[in-house]
Design a protein around this ligand. Structure first.
Ligand code: GLN
Length: 197
């Protein structure tokens, strides 16, 4: 059985665990290195990336996370989780570090104050029907390396054309929160990536 952990020191862990459980996966929270060792794949949830990185460091998870992700463990980051997987951050706090692994530059809180949170329909690579995407103080991808596949962009408004979902090898990331909409298609795709790796 595929075992997928959800980074659980901070963020919206429960919704991800519920989605994974609906898909028949062995799903559990990851707070300690021993729990990370059990993971075939890992989800880094939404939350607050500055707090996540500090807690990961305090609980001796940051280096083990970097090691596993760079060794190729399938990893899926949503919102703050996308920031955690980015090699480069703009508008981070002073000294903010990431796990890295995705050759992208993200901008934190990129959509601006007026539109802090919003919902929209997105065309998503490989999916027939659009995805209803919920954005909450979300980052966008400002630059993506040549090996990064763009999975979705925002259409319309000031953010027209901004990249909000990417994949590079076994790492997937979205600016939005697929776990809150009850649509399990992106989690299903991640479970498949994990099962095949
Ligand atoms: N703005 C948050 C951060 O910088 C991300 C928000 C979210 O995950 N919903 O980490």
């Amino acid at each position: 059985m595929t075992s997928i952990g959800v980074f659980a020191l901070q963020g919206d862990v429960r919704e991800h665990l519920q989605a994974l459980t609906r898909l028949g996966v062995d799903a559990f929270g990851v707070r300690r290195p021993e729990e990370l060792d059990r993971c075939d794949g890992l989800i880094l949830p939404g939350g607050e990336s500055t707090t996540m990185y500090k807690l990961a460091r305090t609980f001796d998870l940051l280096e083990p996370l970097r090691k596993r992700v760079h060794e190729g463990m399938p990893t899926f980051g949503t919102c703050a989780g996308m920031i955690m997987l980015a090699d480069r951050i703009r508008d981070g706090i002073e000294g903010q570090e990431t796990v890295g692994g995705l050759d992208i530059t993200v901008r934190r809180n990129a959509f601006g104050r007026q539109v802090d949170s919003f919902e929209t329909e997105l065309d998503f690579a490989g999916l027939e029907d659009s995805v209803h995407a919920v954005f909450i103080r979300a980052p966008w991808v400002e630059e993506a390396g040549d090996d990064v596949e763009v999975l979705a962009r925002v259409h319309g408004g000031e953010a027209d054309g901004r990249i909000v979902a990417v994949r590079q090898r076994n790492i997937m990331a979205t600016s939005f929160h697929p776990e809150v909409s009850g649509d399990d298609r992106l989690h299903r795709r991640f479970v498949e990536i994990t099962a095949q790796s």
